[in-house]
Design a protein. Structure first.
Length: 195
């Protein structure tokens, strides 16, 4: 039995969406599944590729939650309210998974601006739904890789926010959270420790 039951197992399908760079992708040759690939990338020290793989390997709901936990972990004190509300909108979609919360998340992402990781949590929630089209228009389903791309972006931005020298330590914590979520936990990371 897999130790991370919520991870999608089919590594080839995940790699097709994640589009890792050639070197980390070559490290995964011979891996039987996604969990083994995640372990191999992390053991090699390529934490950003491991996080990217995880962004696509988790189911969308869990991936959005993971991104939110990573973003919350590095949120600065005195953060602008629009950024907090944007992240919270992504979390609301995780809890409700309805079209209204998904569309609210996207609207707040637009207001927050796409340079902050909170916006990408919200975009991931939006791209996890049935349609990207405006209400009342024919459905335009998001491509299968879009939600994972937004999650990976949120996690990457959160890892370098404010102090890029903390990237490695943050990614280690993020991957601990990912494993917790993939194992059925909540993946909460708490506030970032002082460096």
């Amino acid at each position: 039995m897999a130790s991370l039951p919520k991870l999608r197992r089919e590594l080839d399908a995940i790699l097709a969406m994640a589009k890792l760079a050639p070197e980390p992708a070559s490290l995964l040759r011979g891996c039987p599944d996604t969990e083994a690939g995640l372990n191999r990338l992390q053991a090699s020290g390529d934490l950003i590729s491991a996080a990217r793989l995880g962004a696509f390997a988790l189911p969308r709901r869990e991936a959005v939650w993971w991104a939110s936990m990573c973003v919350l972990h590095t949120a600065p004190n005195g953060q602008p309210e629009i950024e907090v509300r944007t992240r919270e909108a992504g979390e609301l979609w995780v809890r409700q998974q309805d079209d209204a919360s998904r569309r609210t998340a996207m609207e707040l992402a637009r207001q927050a601006g796409f340079s902050v990781p909170e916006a990408w949590v919200a975009v991931a929630a939006f791209w996890s739904g049935d349609s990207m089209a405006p209400l009342g228009q024919p459905a335009v389903p998001p491509a299968p890789h879009l939600a994972g791309t937004a999650v990976a972006g949120a996690v990457a931005l959160a890892a370098v926010r404010g102090n890029p020298s903390r990237q490695t330590a943050r990614l280690e914590r993020f991957l601990t959270g990912l494993r917790n979520i993939a194992g059925g936990g909540a993946g909460r990371l708490g506030p970032e420790p002082d460096a």
